[in-house]
Write a protein that binds this ligand. Structure first.
Ligand code: FAD
Ligand code: MG
Ligand code: MG
Ligand code: MG
Ligand code: MG
Length: 549
């Protein structure tokens, strides 16, 4: 059969080995997944392994529960407790997924191939480089730390992105204390060694600052009593407030709590260079440059596209963009059969105004040239699904009913509108378009969504019009990805957490900390890590943190 030929052609390296191929496998299309982070793993947990031949490439053979990384920096939670081996996850999928510990170094979109390099540099063991062919490629490689090309950052700063980073910070914090208590240091030298600087006032930087403060106050002051009053923690933020992506109430609560705790927050400051001894910055308001000595710097200012993705973007005509763009079905723009999700990509949401004529035409069932409220109501659900900004707009204007959009400028209901009136009614909705944040929540939801698309592919191909009636901008096969925001936590130390919950709820305090414990315990990928994390927390409550190096 044709399927068999296609299969054997793809197996270029096995010519002298006899391979048993069963009839079912021949028809399986090859899916190659890059990355075992939030997006990749959530795709793998659900994709139908009986329908696809799935291969996974990642330089790390584990999944890391990143929200607990800041806790690893101070030993509140052990590194081992927040990682789950990829092979454990594969085992749960009947072992039908193949995993290769390697890094994808090139995507060859024209030939539907990827080039990989194994992370082992021992060429006695086998191939250092190999290539894989795919029918479908799922890019879920995440992003890398953005240094904004600031001189000295790579050499002199810690990052907080990977498990190794967190472990390194943990050792370095202790080193700073041990150095400070060596004989013969002046008080000034001790102060410098114990000055911890965090660049970036986003969720990660703030959580690390809070965690470090607790660690110092609860454990280290007792172990290093001679220097306990010399410790200083500084957070440097380029904007006017820390946690500015959160609700104002949370960001000002965080600032007040930090000021009570003695954590210094320097806003409106841009770091221009970092050396092993000093950090140099520019005060935005005064155009003034100042340098402060430090013992340790953690750089946490956001992420940028990885080189392998940048190179791929160049191949497919996205070279001028900053982030890889997909449509709402997570299909990479300009490249068939390639999908991208999580931190490495962004959804290029369609504008209502681009499609307004098509929307009007589809809604105006009787071709009368005018849209009645009834006609509008019939397609409203489809519009809301296709264009999430409409819902954000209604919320921002406190409109409870979409048909309120069709009211005239004085607020009176109209029976019908023509295309001009329709355009006017929707003319501001696109202002409410937002990019989804680079969070685990988005990545995991996208992975789960994409596996559903894959699992329903046959059904979609049989019925290309998809489940929806309305097709404002061309055909689609499955409902577009919709993000469901389930809230976000900002742990602030001292057993206090702030949370932004759905429906504009803000909750701050000790009870929220318990919510945080329970949500993070329940979100663990396996019972194994859940038990480990909870016992780490318990151990810390009873014995404090382990401060050995
Ligand atoms: P990642 O999880 O980064 O996974 C990328 C994967 O690709 C990794 O397995 C990596 O090894 C692999 N990879 C990299 N390069 C290659 C290559 N060339 N070839 C093949 N594989 C490759 N989000 C929240 O929602 N809540 C939080 O509380 C939260 N806290 C965070 C705390 C910290 C300290 C950090 C760093 C992040 C936090 N995030 C949080 C953000 C969240 O971790 C990311 O948004 C999420 O990890 C994105 O998932 P991803 O799968 O796109 O990328
Ligand atoms: Mg991933
Ligand atoms: Mg991850
Ligand atoms: Mg993204
Ligand atoms: Mg009509």
């Amino acid at each position: 059969s044709g399927g068999l030929v296609a299969y054997s052609e793809s197996q270029t390296d096995v010519s002298n080995t006899s391979v048993e191929i069963n009839a079912k496998d021949c028809k399986k299309r090859r899916v190659v997944v890059l990355g075992t982070g939030w997006a990749g793993i959530s795709f793998l947990k659900d994709v139908d392994v009986s329908a696809y031949d799935v291969q996974v490439i990642s330089p790390r053979n584990y999944f890391a529960f990143t929200p607990l990384l800041p806790s690893v920096t101070c030993g509140t939670v052990e590194a081992r407790s927040i990682v789950e081996p990829v092979r454990n996850i594969i085992k749960k999928r009947n072992g039908e997924i193949k995993f290769f510990e390697a890094e994808c170094i090139k995507i060859d979109a024209a030939n539907k191939k990827i080039l990989c390099r194994s992370t082992f540099d021992n060429n006695l063991v086998g191939n250092e480089e190999f290539s894989l062919e795919y029918d479908y490629l799922v890019i879920a490689v995440g992003a890398q730390v953005n240094t904004f090309n600031t001189p000295g950052v790579v050499e002199n700063c810690h990052f907080l992105k990977e498990v190794e980073d967190a472990q390194k910070i943990r050792r370095s914090v202790i080193d700073c204390f041990e150095k400070a208590v060596l004989p013969g240091l002046s008080e000034e030298e001790q102060r410098i060694n114990l000055h911890f600087v965090i660049v970036g006032g986003g969720p990660t930087g703030v959580e690390f600052a809070a965690e470090l403060h607790d660690y110092v106050q609860e454990d280290l002051v007792n172990l290093y009593p001679t220097v306990k009053d010399l410790v200083k923690i500084t957070v440097i933020q380029s904007g006017d407030h820390i946690l500015n992506m959160f609700d104002e109430r949370i960001s000002s609560f965080a600032e007040q709590k930090f000021s009570r705790d003695g954590i210094e927050v320097q806003t409106g400051c841009r770091v221009i260079s970092v050396s092993d001894k000093e950090i140099t910055m520019k005060l935005k308001s005064k155009e003034e440059i100042c340098s402060i000595p430090h013992g340790l710097v953690v750089w946490s200012t956001g992420v940028e596209t990885r080189p392998v993705v940048k190179d791929f973007m160049g191949q497919i005509g996205q070279g001028s963009r900053r982030v890889l763009a997909t449509d709402e079905w997570l299909r990479v723009k300009g490249c068939a059969d390639v999908y991208a999700l999580g931190d490495c990509a962004t959804i290029n949401q369609r504008k209502v105004m681009e499609d307004i004529a098509a929307i009007f035409k589809a809604a105006d069932k009787d071709n009368s040239g005018a849209l009645t409220v009834k006609e509008f109501q019939d397609v409203v659900d489809d519009i809301l699904e296709r264009y999430p900004q409409v819902e954000h707009y209604l919320k921002s204007k406190h409109l409870s009913d979409v048909t309120d959009l069709l009211k005239d400028p004085e607020g009176n209901a109209r029976d019908e509108v023509d295309i001009g009136g329709f355009k006017l009614a929707l003319s501001h909705v696109d202002s409410q378009m937002k990019n989804l944040p680079a969070t685990a929540q988005v990545a995991a939801q996208q992975g789960a969504y994409l596996s559903k698309c894959f699992n329903h592919r046959q059904q979609c191909e049989d019925n290309p019009e998809g489940p929806r009636r309305f097709k404002g901008s061309g055909r689609h096969q499955f409902h577009p990805f919709r993000y469901k925001h389930l809230g976000q936590f900002a742990p602030l130390g001292g057993e206090q957490t702030a949370a932004e919950l759905p429906g504009d709820w803000v909750s701050i305090g000790h009870s929220t900390q318990w919510l945080w414990y329970s949500v993070y315990a329940s979100k663990q990928v396996s019972w194994r890590t859940r038990v480990l994390v909870v016992s780490d927390w318990t151990r810390r409550f009873i014995f404090g943190r382990d401060s050995s190096r």
